[in-house]
Design a protein. Structure first.
Length: 163
C-alpha cells in the first residue's frame, strides 16, 4: 500500500473516530444525562466540539504528511503540529474540556442535605503526556534528519559515475 493510500485511509479513520463519533454520540444519550453532567460544571457540548476540532485538524495533518515527501520542511512542520495536537488532545481530555484546569477537575453535585465535591487530579497523566510528546518530537526531528541524509546520499550516488 502506498503512502498516499495509507494517509487517506488513516485520515478517514481519524475523521470517523474523532469527528463523526463525538458528534453522533450525544444524539444517543438521554437528555437527563446531559442535565446531570451540566449540573456538575462540565460543559459537555464544548468538550465534544473541542474533540471534533482536534480530530479534523489531525485528519488534515495526516493527509499532508502522506502527500509531501518525508524530506520536505512541510512534512516536518506537519509532524510537529501533529505531535502538538496530540498533546492538546491529552490536555483537553484529562481536563474534561477546560484546558486552563490543566488536569485538575472539580466536580460538584447537589445532594439532599449538602453538596458533594470531588477533585479529579490528573496532573501525573498530563506530565506523562508532555514526556511522551517531547520524546515523539525528538524522534520526528531525528527521522527528518535521517531522511534528508538518505536523500543526499542517494543524490551523490546517482551523480557518481560507475567504475
Amino acid at each position: 500500500m502506498s503512502r498516499r493510500t495509507s494517509a487517506v485511509l488513516s485520515a478517514l479513520f481519524t475523521l470517523v473516530i474523532f469527528v463523526g463519533l463525538p458528534l453522533y454520540a450525544p444524539s444517543q444519550i438521554p437528555e437527563e444525562y446531559f442535565e446531570m453532567i451540566s449540573e456538575t460544571g462540565v460543559d459537555l457540548n464544548a468538550f465534544i466540539y473541542q474533540i471534533a476540532t482536534i480530530g479534523l485538524i489531525a485528519s488534515v495533518l495526516t493527509l499532508v504528511k502522506g502527500f509531501v515527501p518525508m524530506t520536505s520542511y512541510i512534512y516536518l512542520l506537519a509532524s510537529l503540529s501533529s505531535n502538538a495536537m496530540m498533546l492538546y488532545f491529552n490536555l483537553v481530555t484529562f481536563s474534561v474540556g477546560d484546558f486552563a484546569k490543566f488536569g485538575q477537575v472539580t466536580v460538584t453535585t447537589d445532594i439532599p442535605g449538602g453538596v458533594n465535591t470531588m477533585l479529579l487530579d490528573m496532573r501525573l497523566f498530563i506530565q506523562l503526556a508532555f514526556l511522551a510528546v517531547g520524546l515523539q518530537v525528538i524522534y520526528t526531528v531525528l527521522e527528518f534528519i535521517n531522511a534528508r541524509k538518505e536523500e543526499a546520499k542517494a543524490g551523490i550516488e546517482a551523480s557518481t559515475p560507475p567504475k
